[in-house]
Design a protein around this ligand. Structure first.
Ligand code: NAD
Length: 351
């Protein structure tokens, strides 16, 4: 079946907005109709992509006939922009985090559920074949009962990255920018998080915001995880470079997540499965490593293909507004745990 291209508006022509514009222009199922962003550079970018330029995103919504909108604005604008789309019956892909606060996230959830217009939250890793396969393997019992997980996100950001003041201030740190993706992946693969206990540190950079964190996680299933995160440490142990899926980083094949169950262990994104040769094998018997081959598709392309189906109401969002809010609550629970030096449940954050 051949459908006519979906008419897409883009809000925000910054770092990730440009990447969305490139993906849209390469996809025959979409047409980038308009870009809303008050920056001078956005007018130049709109001309480059043959799109109309708007300073005001509401004007774009009112003047253009759009099937879908991609919201790539600063976090504090996500909720108002998403609600403006929903009130006009337009499906939207809102970049992560769904909002800057849980109150704002809840406004989006309520608007989505009231209007019945779909919201897809931009946790693109869920669309990556390794993450999707890991979820199917854990859910299908290939690891037996999931027991424990070790997850890492560590990388060295350059000093110039912190020239933007908001990145040095509370809320602009790597927990909400980077680790939120790992939390979302672990929720997707292992199920909801019951409770977290965390330490954060700013010892390397000395900013108000954290540069490093260690986190203990208890999932509702009973499985436990430890996570380590830093944006001030040289390391190949982060999903972005390890999976080769990030848009502007080199591919350095490694693993970032290690899942262990009662029957087998799985390393992701390297996708090696370790298990005994026989059912009665145990730690004194050798393990056999099997490499799992994936389809080679890429997270951002798959996310856009899914968004096209969501716009057409042929698929439900893989990451709904409510799901995005739960991921945000889980990350904010980590911040609160570190600040108050006690275990915190995401459900407590959601009141
Ligand atoms: N999923 C991912 O992999 C990924 C990667 C990077 C960023 N992001 C998310 O995308 C969002 C944007 O991040 P970024 O790094 O591109 O930021 P950015 O600062 O590079 O771009 C934001 C753009 O929004 C524009 N803008 C500001 N106010 C506006 C308004 N009222 N109306 C229209 N445009 C306005 C700015 O002029 C700027 O061009 C953030 O929420 C971030 O968390 C997601």
């Amino acid at each position: 079946m051949i459908y006519s291209p979906q008419r897409i508006g883009l809000m925000g022509a910054g770092l990730i907005g440009r990447e969305h514009a490139v993906l849209l222009s390469k996809n025959p199922g979409t047409e980038l109709v308009a870009i809303a962003d008050p920056a001078d550079a956005a007018a130049v970018m709109a001309a480059e992509f043959g799109a109309q330029h708007y300073v005001d995103f509401r004007r774009m919504l009112d003047e253009e006939r759009l099937d879908g909108v991609i919201i790539a604005l600063p976090n504090a604008l996500h909720a108002d922009a998403a609600i403006a789309c929903l009130e006009r019956g337009i499906a939207c892909l809102v970049e992560k985090p769904i909002a800057d606060t849980l109150e704002a996230a809840l406004r989006v959830v309520e608007a989505a559920e009231r209007t019945g217009v779909p919201v897809l939250v931009g946790h693109q890793r869920r669309h990556s074949p390794d993450i999707a396969k890991a979820r199917r393997m854990v859910a299908g019992g290939e690891l037996g009962r999931l027991v424990a997980v070790n997850a890492m996100w560590m990388a060295d950001k350059p000093d110039a990255y912190f020239d933007a003041a908001w990145r040095r201030q509370s809320g602009g740190g790597p927990l909400l920018i980077n680790l939120i993706h790992d939390i979302d992946c672990l929720r997707f693969i292992c199920g909801n998080i019951e409770e977290v206990m965390a330490f954060t540190s700013n010892a390397v950079r000395g900013f108000e915001v954290e540069d490093t964190a260690s986190i203990s996680v208890r999932f509702t299933s009973g499985a436990l995880a430890t996570m380590v995160m830093s944006d001030a440490a040289v390391s190949p142990y982060n999903w972005d470079t390890a999976a080769g899926q990030a848009l502007y980083f080199p591919h350095q094949p490694e693993n970032a997540y290690f899942f262990s169950g009662t029957k087998a262990a799985l390393a992701v994104p390297g996708m090696d499965l370790w298990r005994h040769e026989t059912e009665d094998g145990h730690w004194q018997h050798p393990l056999v490593r099997r490499h799992i081959t994936l389809d080679g598709s890429r997270a951002y392309d798959n996310q856009l293909a899914h968004f096209i189906e969501v716009i057409a109401r042929r698929e439900k969002p893989l990451v709904s507004a409510r799901d995005g809010m739960t991921t945000l609550a889980s990350v904010l629970a980590i911040s609160r745990s570190a600040a108050e030096r006690r275990p915190v449940r995401p459900s407590e954050m959601l009141g």
